[in-house]
Design a protein around this ligand. Structure first.
Ligand code: ASP
Length: 335
């Protein structure tokens, strides 16, 4: 059997963070991809690894254009013969970066994202184990045709459902409702479901440098919609609202959403962290039925941050008709 080749691109995050203080505190991302790879025992038995440092940023400072450049780097890596690709980054925005990559990843080869909750010098650092799992996953034949995956704490998740659900735990990643699709056991990556994916969006040549403005707002008890009303439609390409329960808002917020939705796409998602937006259950002002009647679109099973990225990606080519937004969420917002 020929040795698989895996390209590892490093963006920064805790997995690459070191401290210059005597007590090991105040870590910041400094390590190169080469150093991350060199710290993993047994990695060379899994794959021939080509490491490249793409950025050394804390993940709250990543942005969509950086992730699209990472996408192009990953595409070039498979074009040059890589069996699979791994991206390491901070965990804070990992679920978002993985989903944005997944929306445009147009190759059968696996693209696997990972990170760490403990920095390399911490007792029980999880970075090397997560990177080993990610490389195993990227090298595995069974990972092909699955789009972008997240490998963390021995589990493999689909980019579109995975979420960081704990601020500190080493098992911070879960896929609410649907669960992980695979496990790394001993040296094997085992999947519980057949390979399947939604066809990716097309990234056109003029799109890669674009950066539409699509804010995300969470509603709250007593929200009267004044923030939505203060948004000038000319300043945004769309809006996502993280609503109560199955995507609900107050009656006055619903009116504000209706006013904005006449000008730019507005999507409502659920702020609960699990489960879809409703379709047909409630009829009061601010319910899912009312919001759709006012022109908003339900995110389905996509979390608010992923709904925001889908609307961002759709907006790369300019204003998107409501029907196209609704069709995209219908296709990509359900399992
Ligand atoms: N706490 C973060 C991490 O796990 C920091 C970051 O996202 O860069 O990597």
């Amino acid at each position: 059997m020929t040795t698989p080749t895996v390209a590892v691109g490093a963006l920064g995050g805790t997995i690459a963070s070191t401290s210059s203080s005597a007590d090991g505190s105040e870590v910041v991302p400094t390590l190169t991809a080469e150093l991350l790879v060199a710290a993993v025992p047994g990695l060379d038995e899994v794959a021939a690894v080509r490491a490249e440092t793409l950025a050394r940023l804390p993940s709250p400072s990543l942005d969509e254009p950086t992730i699209l450049r990472t996408l192009q780097w990953a595409q070039a890596a498979v074009d040059e013969g890589a069996t699979g690709v791994v991206v390491t980054q901070g965990t804070d925005t990992l679920e978002e970066a993985a989903y944005l990559l997944d929306l445009f990843w147009d190759r059968p080869e696996p693209l696997v994202v990972t990170g760490a909750m403990r920095s390399p010098a911490a007792a029980g650092a999880d970075g090397p184990a997560n990177l080993l799992t990610a490389v195993r996953c990227a090298a595995a034949e069974g990972s092909r045709e699955r789009g972008v995956l997240v490998a963390f704490d021995d589990e493999v998740h689909q980019a579109r459902w995975v979420a960081k659900t704990d601020s500190m735990s080493t098992s911070a990643f879960r896929s609410p409702v649907f669960g992980p699709i695979g496990r790394c056991v001993e040296a094997e990556v085992v999947y519980g479901v057949p390979a399947d994916r939604i066809p990716p969006l097309k990234l056109l040549p003029g799109h890669a440098g674009g950066d539409p403005r699509v804010p995300l707002l969470a509603t709250y008890l007593g929200d009267d919609g004044f923030i939505v009303d203060s948004i000038r439609a000319d300043d945004v390409d769309g809006l996502v609202v993280a609503g109560f329960g199955a995507g609900h808002v107050s009656a006055s917020m619903a009116e504000a959403i209706g006013r904005l939705a006449r000008q730019v796409p507005v999507v409502f998602a659920s702020r609960t962290g699990s489960g879809p937006t409703g379709r047909a259950m409630y009829g009061y002002p601010g319910s899912e039925i009312d919001l759709v009647a006012r022109g908003a679109v339900g995110a389905g099973w996509l979390s608010p941050v992923k709904a925001r990225l889908l609307l961002w990606a759709l907006s790369l080519g300019g204003p998107v008709p409501r029907a196209d937004v609704a069709a995209a969420f219908e296709l990509r917002g359900r399992p």
